[in-house]
Each structure stands twice: as C-alpha cells, then as structure tokens.
Design a protein around this ligand. Structure first.
Ligand code: NAD
Ligand code: ISE
Length: 339
C-alpha cells in the first residue's frame, strides 16, 4: 500500500518534508497540500502532482488522504490535529503539538476517546543515531545510575522575530523531549538564568540562557541555549553516571590540516544536522501507517509534557530565575502511565 499524505502548511519545513516523502521515503506519496497562502499551496502541490485544497478540513476529509502531516504555524496545530482525530486518520504534527497545555489535553482526551494512538509529534532527535546509541548505553546500566546531564543548543544567529520565550518554546523543547526519553524519567522543575547577554543579539533578546531542570529521580540537567553563538549549529549532550559517561558524537566531518592549523567544519543549521533523523522519523511513521499499527514515535502525551515543561521554563525566565515546579497531570495508562 502507498500511503497518501495530505500536508497542511507548505512553508519551510512543510516543503522539506514533502521532498522527503516523495524522494527519500518509500511507500508514501503526497496527494494534497493546503496553505493559508493559496498561491504557495498551488505551486508546491503542482511540483509533486498533488491537489491544492482550500483549507485544513477539506484536506483532512478528502478521500485522497490516508494520513495528515501538520506543518503550519504552532498556534494552528491543535485545530488540525483534533480534526484529524475526528476523521480517524493518523496525524504527524510538527512540534509543538499545541501552544497551550489546555489544547494539548484536548488532543490527549480526543485520542483516548478514539481508543488508539493516531498522533505522532515531530521531535526528530529520538530518531538520531547518536541519541539512540546514548539511550542504549544508559539503558544497559553500564554507566551505573545517571546523575547529571550537560547540554548545549547553539544556533549561529536568529532573526529579530525570535523572542526570549522562544529559547524554551522553540529551541530547548527539543532537549526537553529527548532527555525525558533518553533518561526514561520525568522533568519536575525548571529554572532559567540569564548570564551577561551577547552583544551579537537583537536588543530585546535574552541570549544566552542557562536552563536547569530536575527530574523525578533527582537527575540534574544543565542546558545552555545560545542562539547567536555565531560559529555554527552545535548540539552537545553528555550524561554522567556513577561509573562513567556517554557523550553525543559530533557529526562526522573530515579533519583538515592547512596553514599551520588542523580542524573540522561545524555545521551551520539544524536541517543538515538532523537530516538523517528526519528521514528515519518519516520512514518509521510511514511504516506504522502502512501496517495500520500505532505510531511508535513521540505521542500526544509527550507533546503535552513538552508544553507544560516549556511553560515552567518561561515562567522562571519571567520571574528572574525562580525555580518553577512543572504542573503536569499524572500520565494515563493509555500512554504507559498509571493514572
Ligand atoms: P513557515 O512559516 O515557513 O511555514 C508555515 C506555513 O504554514 C506557511 O506557509 C503558512 O502560510 C502556513 N499556515 C499557517 N497556518 C496555516 C493553517 N491554519 N492552514 C494552512 N496553512 C497554514 O514555518 P516553518 O518554519 O515551516 O515551521 C512550521 C512548523 O514546523 C512550526 O510549528 C515549527 O515549530 C516547526 N518546525 C520544526 C522543526 C524541527 O526541528 N522539528 C524545525 C523548524 C520548524
Ligand atoms: C527550530 O525551530 C528548530 O526546531 C530547530 O530544530 C532548533 O534547533 C532551532 O533552535 C529552532 O529555532
């Protein structure tokens, strides 16, 4: 069976995922595209032989669409995901699942009422080979109990439209998700500190930020978010256990010796850093849709958890670095919890 995917939002990442679904992943085809910008939808759809449809509901309910990909702006995600659940169609939603905890819980409730998982959230780091190897090492117990995690998330620059809250909501949200998964532990508090600001930022932005998280079992996580670091896109992660540590590998790059120096290039953007992870993410999602099985990637509950944890980080930033407890509901059995 070829999975016919309808795409809502034909912007930057929507177009990249359409390319991925048509050129990289086998077993999928894009049959419909919609965008608030009808001309953009028409152009992108024509490029892959898909239909351009007027709006989300037309696409979700189209008989030509087996599964839905939501790559529109964050605040619009909840409506499309809820409509897809109502139509009983698998839906892959780019992060965030929704921009408020209330909307995330509406999705969780709708999916539970439907009776089986339909939603996967686009936290692609869980599909990165390096993070997967780290998880295996931690789960093997060879490091002993994990105690501390040191992370950095650096982007070369961000535009003027990037706000201080986005450091948590848009950027550290990837660490928040991948660390919950990596450690198989829940984040219970957040604190955000602001060191001296870089002169390379737009004036309104607090950059860099140091985020401190604590997990239910007492693991401490420190995360530097520095989105105007200038030199490249750099993701670091090191987990320290009682008997050793495991570190995320840097992307492979040839060593160059020249003009009395030796070194290697640093990637410049997240797209190239996580290309393989995005490809694997979509291969595995399409396989689950093809098989009619439930998706195995980040769930609606993971989307909810990420939103409430980023809410706590934003609250801490806005209250001069107080420690903020994460206000998370108990995890329902439907999502592997006990509630
Ligand atoms: P973008 O602005 O380039 O594209 C979004 C597109 O959606 C635009 O063309 C816009 O017209 C359209 N749109 C908005 N609301 C719509 C609606 N209700 N119906 C139809 N079309 C609508 O944005 P982007 O950078 O492609 O980001 C899209 C989403 O992907 C965001 O949620 C963002 O956080 C996420 N994203 C994820 C990653 C990742 O690493 N996983 C990276 C970048 C972006
Ligand atoms: C962007 O929206 C992403 O999702 C990238 O993965 C992240 O690294 C970047 O900081 C965000 O702005």
């Amino acid at each position: 069976m070829t999975v016919r995917v309808g795409v809502i939002g034909a912007g930057m990442i929507g177009q990249d995922h359409i390319r991925r679904l048509t050129e990289v992943v086998t077993g999928a085809t894009v049959t419909a595209v919609t965008d608030l910008d009808a001309a953009r939808a028409a152009e992108v759809a024509a490029h892959v032989g898909a239909s351009a449809l007027p709006a989300g509901p037309d696409l979700i309910n189209s008989p030509e669409v087996d599964a839905v990909l939501v790559t529109s702006w964050g605040p619009t995600h909840a409506e499309h995901v809820l409509n897809a659940i109502a139509a009983g169609k698998p839906v892959f939603c780019e992060k965030p699942l929704a921009t408020t905890a209330v909307d995330c819980l509406r999705i969780v409730d709708a999916e539970r009422a439907h009776g089986r998982r339909l939603v996967q959230v686009g936290f692609m780091r869980r599909f990165d080979a390096g993070y997967r190897q780290m998880k295996e090492v931690i789960a093997s117990g060879s490091l002993g109990t994990p105690l501390i995690v040191h992370c950095a998330h650096r982007n070369p620059t961000v535009p003027d439209s990037y706000t201080s809250h986005m450091a948590a909501q848009d950027t550290s949200v990837h660490e928040i998700d991948v660390l919950r998964w990596l450690l198989d532990d829940e984040i219970v508090s957040a604190q955000v500190l602001t060191p001296r600001a870089t002169s390379k930022r737009f004036e309104h932005l607090k950059d860099p930020q140091i985020m401190l998280f604590e997990t239910a079992s007492g693991i401490r996580i420190d995360l530097e978010v520095f989105v105007n670091c200038q030199y490249g896109y750099d993701i670091q992660c090191e987990t320290v256990g009682e008997e050793g540590l495991v570190r995320l590998p840097d992307p492979a790059a040839v060593g160059v010796r020249s003009a009395g120096r030796h070194g290697a290039a640093v990637l410049q953007d997240w797209k190239s850093r996580f290309t393989d992870a995005f490809d694997t993410e979509f291969r595995e999602w399409i396989t689950s849709v093809e098989d009619g099985s439930e998706p195995t990637g980040p769930s609606a509950w993971d989307g909810y958890a990420a939103t409430v944890i980023t809410d706590a980080a934003v609250k801490s930033l806005d209250s001069d670095g107080t420690v903020v407890a994460v206000d998370m509901k108990p995890r329902p059995a439907f999502y592997g919890g006990t509630a």
